[in-house]
Design a protein around this ligand. Structure first.
Ligand SMILES: Nc1ncnc2c1ncn2[C@@H]1O[C@H](COP(=O)(O)OP(=O)(O)O)[C@@H](O)[C@H]1O
Ligand SMILES: [Mg+2]
Length: 249
């Protein structure tokens, strides 16, 4: 390939959204729980996926990662179709996933859990422990503690930290606020804002609108696995009937 052709290809890729989902349907056995869903995430954008329990938020994120669920439709990450890739290859391509149940290794220490998530550098950068302590100061003091002894908030920070060690370009967070105290939520929301300012794109599944207020660029509401609304927080606030209909407010 000539130099200009490869430069053109790079420019074309950079102009496209980082993640494009086109006509996603996802099923568990015979039950289809996500229907013909389209979404895009721009480079560096934070998209918040809102919806009540059972709406299909976790299933959508699992579909992106190629986990558990059977899916149909097109998923393109950074210009490459990933919908038939195995999970490890998707992670290696730069999508980090923090599951709802966090999956911390209780018998390993904080730093050992982080080491499990380590992948090669990307775009010339690899997250160091020092950068993680800067993002989540409470983890620094408990770095040698076994993760089974951590509070829920500390475990959530660790789950995000471990995923960051894979140097993702896109981070999928599944209901990070679930079950956490307000003071911890503030700290985690602030950390999400810092990740965004470092250029990491995010899809955050949530039910807690207050938690996402400071970092959400765009909201997408799903109900029974289908898109019902997309817009900004201001757009949502302009029509209170939308939140009444689709969110547990
Ligand atoms: N492993 C599974 N097997 C069968 N059905 C599932 C499974 N996981 C989720 N579901 C069903 O799929 C639907 C969407 O669930 P989910 O994606 O977990 O929603 P949310 O994350 O928005 O609460 C729900 O009806 C749920 O009961
Ligand atoms: Mg869920």
């Amino acid at each position: 390939m000539s130099r200009s052709a490869s430069t053109d290809a790079a420019a074309e890729r950079a102009a496209r959204p980082l993640l494009e989902i086109d006509g996603l349907s996802a099923s568990y056995g015979r039950a289809t729980v996500v229907h013909d869903l389209d979404l895009t995430v721009a480079r560096g954008e934070a998209l918040v996926l809102l919806g009540r329990n059972g709406a299909g938020k976790s299933t959508t994120l699992k579909s992106v990662m190629g986990l558990e669920v059977e899916r149909r439709g097109r998923i393109v990450f950074d210009g490459q179709g990933i919908d038939d890739w195995p999970t490890h290859r998707i992670a290696a391509a730069g999508i980090g996933y923090v599951p709802e149940d966090r999956r911390i290794f209780a018998g390993l220490t904080v730093t050992e859990n982080m080491a499990v998530g380590r992948l090669p550098p990307r775009d010339g950068h690899a997250w160091s422990e020092a950068e993680i302590w800067e993002l989540f100061p409470p983890l620094a003091a408990i770095r040698e503690r076994r993760a089974g002894y951590l509070s829920g908030g500390e475990q959530q920070m660790l789950a995000i930290a471990r995923t960051l060690m894979g140097n993702p370009r896109l981070l999928l967070l599944d209901e990070p606020s679930e079950g956490l105290a307000p003071v911890i939520l503030e700290r985690i929301a602030e950390a999400v804002g810092m990740l965004k300012s470092r250029g990491i794109a995010l899809v955050v599944s949530e039910q807690n609108l207050a938690f996402v207020r400071d970092f959400a660029d765009r909201l997408l509401i799903i109900e029974t696995g289908a898109k019902r609304f997309t817009g900004t927080i201001a757009d949502l606030a302009a029509d209170p009937s939308i939140a009444e209909r689709y969110l547990a407010v």
